[in-house]
Design a protein around this ligand. Structure first.
Ligand SMILES: [Zn+2]
Ligand SMILES: [Zn+2]
Length: 378
């Protein structure tokens, strides 16, 4: 057992600004050694993602107390019984959906839908059902099997992927959520073809990665849509061919005009039904609308049913970018190292764990793309 510092959410629904209400408290925890099929990782970099924010606000319901953080990279510092293929000193990316390898979705090659992982993630446990974090002897929940806003994390061996140690940790962390979710939505879920037309609604870390993925796939037109001018201009640097402000009342009409009747593939990366309805409205006849945003559990979508048949329209969900992490993370890192996936352009501020609440204010305000918490290497 060792004592670590971590950021815990004790209750949901705090008022903003979070810099004042401080929903995340930096506390000391007891971290148990890794059990069977588990590894201990010294966290070196952890990204702040909208999904963390959704847990803080209560729109994504998770049990508390919970140590948040689900996008991270670090170094293996210990292994439990039954762990082969990982050793102390390995650099790893942690993935927020472990894959058991045995359930039906895993057997079908769709580990993002792993059923035991979904149960564990909903309950706030590791894949084994265990919790390794304690405070004053009481168990504390894990966030998506990761809990990366911490100096160390014990995670399932099915939650980690080995990476090239030459990759800096701050860049590596992005591959655990933003990159696989955004690039994967384009390459795996939508299977965007070279020469096709794409629109991306919402330019957070995931949306920006969808722009990068669309460029990588050879889309001839990439229309980026967001509320913030700063994000629209960054998307142009990443490969967007046109940008449209989301709050323009003519937004859908403008996109349909730019794309001669709608895009082949519109990706919704916000997590709101209005964004998804916009994505649907800008998809062409015969096209597909892909959504990777996570709306609240009570959100309902209203689309004209006749269009689905009469226009052969497709609406497709994308979780974890429909990725196979052990296949896709090394591939995407290789593309990044060859300059074809410049995810470093998405890096926003770096910060220390103690500044986490103010950083979530910036995220909530849509001001930043990807903020990364860096941990010491001592
Ligand atoms: Zn995330
Ligand atoms: Zn499984």
């Amino acid at each position: 057992m060792q004592i670590i510092e971590a950021a815990v959410l004790e209750s949901v629904g705090a008022d903003q600004p979070y810099a004042k209400s401080k929903p995340l408290k930096i506390r000391s925890f007891e971290l148990m050694p890794p059990g069977r099929d588990e590894v201990m990782v010294k966290i070196r970099a952890a990204g702040l993602c909208h999904s963390d924010l959704s847990v803080i606000s209560g729109s994504r319901v998770r049990p508390t107390p919970m140590v948040l953080g689900h996008e991270a990279a670090g170094i293996v510092v210990g292994t439990g019984p039954g762990v082969e293929g990982f050793t102390t000193g390995d650099h790893v990316v942690i993935v927020f959906v472990p894959s058991c390898g045995h359930c039906v979705p895993c057997a079908e090659g769709r580990p993002a839908l792993c059923e035991p992982a979904a149960t564990a993630n909903n309950e706030g446990s590791l894949l084994s059902g265990a919790r390794r974090l304690y405070r004053n002897g009481a168990p504390v929940n894990h966030h998506l099997g990761v809990s990366a806003f911490a100096e160390y994390a014990v995670v399932s061996k099915h939650s980690v992927v080995s990476i090239d140690p030459a990759l800096p940790f701050d860049h590596a962390a992005l591959f655990g959520c933003a990159v696989i979710t955004g690039v994967g939505a384009v390459l795996n879920t939508a299977r965007v073809k070279a020469g096709s037309t794409v629109a991306v609604v919402g330019l957070g870390g995931v949306g920006m990665n969808a722009v990068l993925g669309a460029r990588l796939a050879g889309a001839r037109q990439i229309i980026a849509i967001d509320l913030k001018d700063k994000k629209l201009s960054l998307s142009k640097e990443l490969g967007a061919t046109e940008t449209v402000k989301a709050d323009n009342p003519e937004c859908a009409a403008i996109v349909r005009s730019l794309s001669n009747g709608g895009v082949d593939c519109a990706l919704e990366m916000v997590g709101s039904t209005s964004a998804l309805e916009l994505a649907w409205a800008i998809t062409r006849r015969g096209g597909q609308t892909v959504t990777a945003g996570l709306p609240g559990p009570d959100a309902r979508l209203s689309i004209p049913a006749l269009q689905v048949v009469g226009e052969e329209r497709t609406l497709r969900g994308s979780y974890l970018g429909s990725c196979v992490p052990v296949r896709d993370i090394p591939n995407y890192i290789d593309l990044h190292q060859k300059g074809l996936l410049p995810v470093e352009k998405l890096m926003g501020e770096t910060l220390s764990l103690s500044d986490i609440n103010a950083a979530f204010d910036r995220l909530a305000g849509g001001e930043s793309t990807r903020q990364i918490i860096l941990f010491d290497d001592d």
